[in-house]
Each structure stands twice: as C-alpha cells, then as structure tokens.
Design a protein around this ligand. Structure first.
Ligand code: GDP
Length: 319
C-alpha cells in the first residue's frame, strides 16, 4: 500500500515537471487536504525547488489584482518563461471557488501549457494558510515554474502573513477612498516592495501616488542601501504600465539578490514554514497523546488540582 503510493508520488512529480497541469493540480489538492502523502511529496520535490521567483500581489477586492496578474502573466510569457499563479483568499478559507469567477478572465491562457493557474482553499489543512500556501508554492516551484505569482485578497493581517512569503511583493491600490491611509493602517505598505496605483485613468491617481510616496519617505526604509519601494501607476485593463512594473520587479529582485536580503527572506520563509508544520503536528498530537490520554483528560486533572499546568505541558510535549 505504502509502496504503491510512493510510486504514485514520484510519477506525479515527474509528470508535473514535464508540464502536466493535471499532475500539478493533483499535487496541490494533496496540499489542500493535508494528505498523508504530503511529506513524501515534499521530499521528492525538495531537490527541484528554489528556482522560481515568487511574486506576491495583494490589495483590496476590486483594485485590479486579477487584471494585473493577467498583465504580468502575458509579460512573462512573452519572454518564454513558465508561470504559475496561485490565488489565495484568506478571508474565506472554506470556499475554494471564491476566486473562480476572476479566473475566467485568465482564460486567454487556458490553452497555454506554460501557465498554470489555481485558486486555493485551505480548508482541511492542519496548519491553515500559513502552512498550505508555501507548500503549494513549492509544488509550482518544483514543477519548473520560472515565476510564481501568489495573489491574495487584502483584508488585514492574514494576507500580510501570506504575502510576506514572497521574494518580491506588490501592493496594489486604487485612487481615492483613502486607500493609501487604509493600507498604511493595516500594515500592508510595510510588506510592499513595489507599490502600484492601478486605475490610473481615474481621478485622484496622482494624489494617491503622492500620498504613498510621502508615507514611504516618512517610514524607516530610507537608510542608504535599503530598497526604497517605487510607486507606479498602471491601467492594468489596457496593459498600460506593464513594462514599468516588470522593470521595477526585476530591479527589486536584482537589488535584494545583491544585498543578501533575497537569501535572508528565503531562510525566514523556510523558518515560518517549518514552524507552521511543527505547530500543526503538535496540535495534532495534543488531540490524542501517545499514552492514550487526551489533552482534555490532562486538563481535567489540572482543573481538579491533581496536576500543575507546567507538569501537564511537559507531559503533553514529552508524551
Ligand atoms: P481584483 O478583485 O483585485 O482581482 O480586481 P479585478 O482585476 O477583478 O478588477 C476589478 C475591476 O476593475 C474589473 O472590472 C476590471 O476590469 C477593472 N479594472 C482593472 N484595471 C483597471 C484600470 O486600470 N482602470 C479601470 N478603470 N478599471 C480597471
């Protein structure tokens, strides 16, 4: 039984690397469901990972993330690069289909085997999005994507966490509605390596861009040698600003590679990934301790005064 599964895992990874969208889909489904074969999948994938450039894209609903992703996919495809897109919605972890409507717009790439697009739900995943997202990214990376765009809906802390995983993060805003101030409050600006005011055809784009530049100049990223996030304006629906955006992304990549920040980020990404997996494992173990008792039973003894909480925690950890 175990052997048969192992053979499957190797075969799926091999097909994924040959560009089979179906194999990639199957592997990501294993991630979503926290399938028992996942550690095996990750072990087989590991030697093939580390190549892809991970680009995070975040912003409030409706700012143009999907449109911008399409624009970027086209730009990278024009260069002959293999592109993966992972759309994650931290606000609705239980509805895998939430972003499917948006994905329809990606349909001009539907017949292009150089592009793989996937919306991901984290339902059922032990470590939630924090563990599922990096694993799905590993699948796309290991499958041979040169660039992977991870698109998250901007709703607060959760997407800051997810987006912080990327090598280069784009924060997308639209003119007006004090979006810049909102973003600053939510801590989104801090994760942005490139800030984009999309819908530049609308009034207020210039003042939003100005507002953002001001906030950056007041921030703590003004020291010499530090990357200073550029503020760009785009009209993603007509592809305007595409070259400037791609150039800014490349500039960030080159800058962080030269400064060592690239590697530091990758290590801290791996650190968070390992931590999420370990914590998930621990939580799983607490539900049923190896000696047959459960956390609940240990807790009952603590509540009754038969056991102190430190001894109980030790029992849980050592168990
Ligand atoms: P998302 O929810 O952030 O993924 O946003 P979408 O990419 O779905 O875009 C939301 C709406 O804004 C769509 O109707 C797009 O066609 C439109 N849109 C995207 N870019 C622009 C732009 O530059 N200008 C204008 N006026 N509309 C845009």
């Amino acid at each position: 039984m175990r052997r048969a599964r192992e053979v499957d895992v190797r075969a799926w990874v091999a097909s994924a690397r040959e560009g089979s969208p179906r194999a990639v889909a199957r592997l990501i489904t294993l991630v979503e469901n926290s399938h028992p074969a996942l550690p095996e999948v990750m072990a087989v994938l590991a030697p093939h990972t580390g190549h892809a450039w991970l680009i995070g894209l975040t912003g409030s609903p409706g700012v143009g993330k999907s449109t911008t992703t399409t624009m970027l996919v086209r730009a990278f495809r024009d260069e002959g690069l293999r592109v993966g897109v992972l759309a994650v919605d931290p606000s609705s972890p239980f509805s895998g289909g939430a972003l499917l409507g948006d994905r329809v717009r990606m349909s001009d790439h539907a017949l292009d085997t150089g592009v793989y697009v996937r919306s991901m739900a984290s339902r059922g995943h032990l470590g939630g999005l924090a563990a599922a997202t990096p694993q799905a990214l590993r699948v796309l990376d290991g499958a041979g994507c040169d660039v992977v765009i991870v698109e998250t809906v901007g709703v607060g802390q959760s997407e800051v966490e997810v987006t912080g995983l990327a090598d280069t993060t784009v924060v997308l805003l639209a003119p007006g509605m004090g979006d810049g101030v909102q973003a600053a409050k939510a801590g989104i600006l801090e994760v942005g390596d490139v800030l984009v005011v999309n819908k530049a055809d609308r009034t207020g784009a210039d003042s939003t861009a100005r507002e953002l530049r001001q906030m950056i100049s007041l921030g703590d990223r003004t020291q010499p040698g530090m990357w200073r996030p550029p503020v760009l304006k785009t009209m993603a629906d007509r592809g305007e600003g595409r070259e400037e955006l791609v150039a800014a992304l490349r500039k960030h990549r080159d800058h962080t590679r030269a400064s060592g920040e690239w590697q530091r980020r990758r290590v801290s990404r791996a650190e968070r990934e390992v931590e999420a997996i370990a914590l998930a494992r621990l939580r799983e173990r607490m539900r049923g301790l190896p000696d047959g008792s459960s956390l609940h039973e240990v807790a009952e003894r603590v509540a009754a005064g038969d056991l102190d909480p430190y001894a109980a925690a030790r029992q849980v950890l050592d168990g």
